[in-house]
Write a protein that binds this ligand. Sequence first.
Ligand code: DGL
Length: 280
Amino acid sequence: MAGTGRQFMKNFSIGVFDSGFGGLNIMKEIVLKLPKYNYIYLADTARAPYGSRSKETVYSFTKQAVEFLFKQDCQLIILACNTASALALRKIQKEYLPRYYPGRRVLGVIIPVAEEATGDIFNNRIGVMATEATVRSESFVKELKKINPKAKVFQKACPLLVPIVEAGEDKDEILKIALKNYLFYLTKKDINALILGCTHYGLLEKNIKNFLTKDIKIFNEGKIVADKLEKYLLNHPEIEKNLKKNSKIKFFTTDLTDKFEKLGSGFFGKKITPKKVILD
Ligand code: DGL
């Protein structure tokens, strides 16, 4: 009987949720850093983008995603989506988890990146590129100032970048024009740190660098989130001990298209074969 109990305890995966493809870029770094665990990735592509939606809608969609991943036996879920982390995470942690899944955990991407970006005392002028909804929520501003009250935070909503990244090929000229405009605003503020506060922007790091002087440090989420997750698991053996460790990864999406497989495999760096799921 004791053996059965132990087996049950080790039955859980790590869930990674994003509104769409971009989170695969973060998941890639997590899997590279922590390959032994089992993962389940969920993309709500049927209802993406989240970045122009209201707080209520983002909360309701994110709650459904979290519920799905818990039913797939995830012990811990990372909201790789900045918009979901900004608009829904707090309510999920404060209200939903204690009531329905007190033993499980949901973590976001904003606090890990804010902690990194304020780590250097010279980085007092911090630029944030994010979706419209993330900017409106002021989540980055609040978290950065909580850690470093002296921080001056300048946000820029960059609504054109997600569709440009997802357009795939032949995007160079349009991308240059969009980045020039968005980064002109931030560089004029004399920033010395720049947070790429959206899943897709990490893929544009090289393009973004071309518009910045060398003294501006870029904070790209993938590696930061992977490092913080490793630390979290070390500090929470009660969660870690429940995780399955046979390196299996499953992918789910709410809209199965050729584009998802093609773009998604590019973002993840390996071929993925997602299954379709309906969230409600
Ligand atoms: N995943 C979203 C984020 O990181 C970007 C895409 C969207 O707007 O849904 O904010």
